[in-house]
Design a binder for this molecule. Structure first.
Ligand code: NAP
Length: 336
């Protein structure tokens, strides 16, 4: 009998998730009924939002229930099927969770098209990551040639794409990242104009120097003091895009709001949040556009693949919070 190992939420974490917050359980692999198929997991997406899904508070998705398989986007191969569309051998993308095998009826499942990209790209540049960068920057940031665009977590999955798309739009791009190595990476490998290390003292002044005419578009992935420093350097009519706030996801007490928010008034700026899911009807077109830029080598798709098993999920998740990733972080559970 084939066993299915899954990672389930044992209790709600306080602060950074630890091993005891999870239960690793083995049960028989499910059998597909009529209209169903079974997917064998190959690649598991690690997303900062996962931390938010563990808290019992209202959000854009219900929290993961105690005892439930951890929610995750994954790519896998169909190994048993009674479904008319997803036959054995199909490679698919879906929210199949942190487990070795998942049963599906095809709802919300996307076929991986190898003409557009590799399976891992469907979790990164052609998945939620690339689509978030694309819609957040283009729809809310509205970059114009010559604009100064600043993006935080610039060496990360979303940030690395945002900066490259802003360059494709003819903008001057400043990346904010942690440490000299990542700063060198975004300039040397991704083609950003300047990088600023937020871990060094004096971020607000460093941004002022890098952006003498102010920031036209600030794409924020981290919140906290980095957001505050960016708000202190806005140009007239700036667009601040709130994509995420990873610096706050493990906070155990409410975090203070940005004290520089009045510069939104002074600079007649806007600050807007968005969710990539709101653009689901436009995914296909955007995915094709992103794939073409990758094929034309105008866009690179950095990723950090960590080999392991589903039981390594928590250790790999923590890399997002320690900054131990460049580009899309993926747990690769393929054997061999
Ligand atoms: N709105 C949406 O629809 C949507 C969709 C997807 C993702 N998101 C958001 O987009 C953001 C980026 O996600 P991602 O998947 O691309 O992750 P990521 O950027 O690949 O990984 C997270 C990065 O954040 C940085 N970081 C961690 N702790 C930090 C802190 N305390 N202060 C500043 N930086 C910190 C680290 O880089 P350093 O080494 O540079 O510190 C780390 O590598 C997240 O906030 C996520 O929630 C939003």
């Amino acid at each position: 009998m084939t066993l299915n190992t899954s990672v389930r939420l044992a209790r709600r974490p306080a602060g950074m998730p630890v091993a005891d917050d999870w239960l690793v359980e083995a049960a028989p692999m499910p059998d597909p009924g009529p209209g169903q198929f079974v997917v064998k997991t190959q690649l598991i997406s690690l997303d900062p939002a996962m931390r938010g899904w563990l808290d019992d508070r209202p959000s854009y998705l219900p929290p993961v229930g105690i005892g439930d398989v951890m929610r995750a986007m994954t790519v896998g191969e169909v190994v048993a099927s009674e479904h008319h569309r997803f036959g054995v051998g199909s490679v698919v993308l879906g929210t199949f969770g942190v487990q070795e095998y998942a049963l599906s009826d095809g709802d919300g499942v996307t076929m991986v098209d190898s003409r557009l990209g590799t399976p891992s790209m469907y979790l990164g540049i052609l998945g939620t990551t690339g689509l978030t960068a694309y819609f957040g920057l283009m729809e809310l940031g509205k970059p114009r040639a010559g604009d100064t665009v600043v993006v935080s977590a610039a060496a990360g999955a979303v940030g690395s794409v945002v900066g490259q798309l802003a360059k494709l739009s003819g903008c001057r791009v400043i990346g904010i990242a942690g440490g000299s190595e990542k700063c060198a990476y975004v300039v040397d490998e991704l083609g950003f104009d300047i990088a600023v290390d937020y871990k060094a003292p004096g971020l607000r002044n460093a941004l002022a120097q890098a952006c003498p005419d102010g920031i036209d578009v600030y794409f924020d992935n981290v919140g906290g003091p980095v957001l505050n420093a960016a708000l202190g350097n806005l140009a007239m009519g700036a667009r601040v895009v709130i994509c995420g706030a990873i610096s706050q996801y493990n906070a155990e007490a409410p975090t203070p709001g940005p004290s520089n928010y009045m510069s939104l008034l002074v600079r007649r700026a806007t600050m807007s949040g968005f969710l990539v899911f709101d653009y689901v009807n436009e995914y296909r077109v955007a995915r094709k556009r992103l794939a073409r830029w990758v094929a034309d080598e105008r866009l690179s798709a950095p990723e950090t693949l960590v080999k392991g098993t589903v039981a390594d999920f928590n250790d790999v998740l923590l890399r997002l919070f320690s900054g131990d990733n460049v580009g899309k972080l993926i747990l690769d559970v393929r054997t061999g």
